[in-house]
Design a protein around this ligand. Structure first.
Ligand code: HMG
Length: 413
């Protein structure tokens, strides 16, 4: 019998504070509609120095383990996908391993390729289980980042921070992934990068959008060719409509709309069918509303969380729609600047609604505090090693460096 492998549980962690993008627009002398409708973002998470990539990853991981109910002794692998690590040698995964007191007998490492890093970890975990090497063990995959472009830059309204952790196991309760069914696309481009030592990313913003769309076209077509060959989808016409939903990497929510239009355009070109531009625009809008928009609820309130953005979209989708999606196939597109990308798919589990409720996404978002633009700017100007003012009651915190070693406080047990 076929082994079913995929995501068994999710945990989400975001910073305690956020800024309203309408407030940021006013402060920058920009029409709020540019951010709210032009980019499709409403709120942006603001991480203090204490809420670094490790602290966010550890909290998300703790929540994912609690949601799955797995005994940590049954884990054999911990992978953290991140592009905002805290050390050139010691991986974020190593800190998370220690903070959560996970077993010694497991693989622990980070994976990096911009926003694709988490997907690299997820694929490694899935294929490790599929190969049989895992035996009965499961994997913990965490995507964690703090996205900074800098105050006053065009990228400023597309910042964010957060982590999504996933327990990857057999007989998953959330999504069974189609193992081996994916399309990849990579090109050496300078669309977005962060030189060593810099806290803020460099980006060629409009070019990065084009690089994303070019990669998506190749990756989607790669997925489609295998999906058709394996009879997973019927060929011809707008093949992407045969996926119940599609989650895209979400650097800002408007990007998901552009991505979806592009996928449909690929389908129409592949089908060599003539199309009426006005009619297709209307169809693409309707299809976006039905197939993509349900995944954007959490993304529009947190911003770009780099490696975790696709999986925050997945969490938001399951939170909104899992009850209707049981047994249905969804598509996922992961993009990492530089660039590499992958389009893959999976089937939502019948018990996904009950399982995603344990992630308590509404509570996670509601627990945050809205701050002013002045307070956000004060936080952005703090050195990365600023010591924490108050002891944490609700999560892990970076509390300073002692003897060249980063120190973390834990929440009460
Ligand atoms: P910009 O140049 O300031 O914005 O920066 P714009 O002038 O292109 O306007 C944005 C949209 O707002 C446009 O819509 C305007 O028409 C609209 P579009 O034409 O694109 O559909 N607009 C308005 N709408 C309503 N009312 C108004 C109004 N005014 C304008 N009054 C940019 C935009 C995205 C370039 C910038 O924010 C940026 O550089 N962001 C960072 C880069 C990024 O997110 N790239 C995405 C693809 S690469 C990626 O996803 C990888 C990444 O996650 C990193 C990783 O992999 O690690 C970034």
């Amino acid at each position: 019998m076929k082994t079913r492998i995929g995501i068994d549980a999710l945990g989400v962690a975001v910073p305690r504070r956020y800024v309203e993008l309408a407030d940021l627009a006013s402060a920058r002398g920009v029409a709020p509609e540019k951010y709210l409708r032009g980019l499709g973002v409403r709120e942006m998470a603001v991480a203090e120095p204490g809420e670094d990539t490790v602290a966010l990853a550890a909290l998300a991981a703790r929540r994912a383990l609690a949601a799955s109910g797995i005994d940590p002794r049954d884990l054999g692998m911990l992978v953290v996908g991140t592009e905002t690590g805290v050390d050139h040698a010691k991986p974020v995964a190593s800190y998370v391993h220690g903070l959560l007191e996970l077993p010694r007998a497991m693989r622990v490492y980070d994976t990096q390729h911009a926003c694709y890093g988490g997907t690299a970890g997820l694929m490694a975990a899935v294929e490790w289980i599929a190969s049989g090497a895992a035996g009965d063990r499961a994997a913990l995959v965490v995507c964690s980042d703090v996205a900074r472009y800098g105050v006053g830059t065009p990228g400023e309204p597309t910042q964010g921070a957060g982590a999504v952790a996933m327990v990857v196991a057999t007989n998953p309760a959330l999504v069974e992934l189609d193992v081996g069914l994916s399309g990849a696309a990579s090109t050496h481009v300078h669309d977005f990068w962060r030189p060593l030592g810099a806290r803020e990313a460099q980006v060629d913003g409009h070019y990065s959008v084009q690089c994303y769309l070019d990669a998506l076209a190749t990756a989607y077509r790669g997925w489609k060719a295998i999906a058709v060959e394996r009879d997973v989808v019927r060929p011809g016409g707008v093949v992407s409509e045969r996926l119940a939903r599609i989650c895209y990497h979400v650097p800002f929510c408007k990007m998901a709309r552009k991505a979806h239009q592009h996928v449909r355009r690929c389908d129409l070109e592949d089908a060599s069918a003539p199309w009426d531009v006005a009619q297709e625009e209307a169809r693409a809008d309707a299809s976006f509303a039905a197939q993509v928009e349900p995944s954007l609820g959490a993304c529009t309130r947190v911003g770009n969380i780099y490696t975790g953005s696709l999986y925050l979209g997945l969490a938001g989708l399951l939170h909104a729609d899992a009850r209707d999606l049981g047994g249905k196939r969804i598509g996922l597109f992961s993009y990492g600047s530089g660039c590499t990308s992958e389009f893959f798919s999976g089937v939502v589990a019948a018990r996904a609604a009950e399982r995603i409720a344990r992630a308590a996404i509404d509570d996670v978002l509601a627990a945050r505090e809205r701050i002013s633009v002045a307070e956000y700017e004060r936080i952005m100007a703090l050195p990365a090693t600023s010591p924490l003012g108050a002891a944490p009651t609700d999560g892990y915190r970076f509390v300073g460096v002692s003897g060249h070693q980063r120190q973390y406080a834990r929440p009460p047990a």
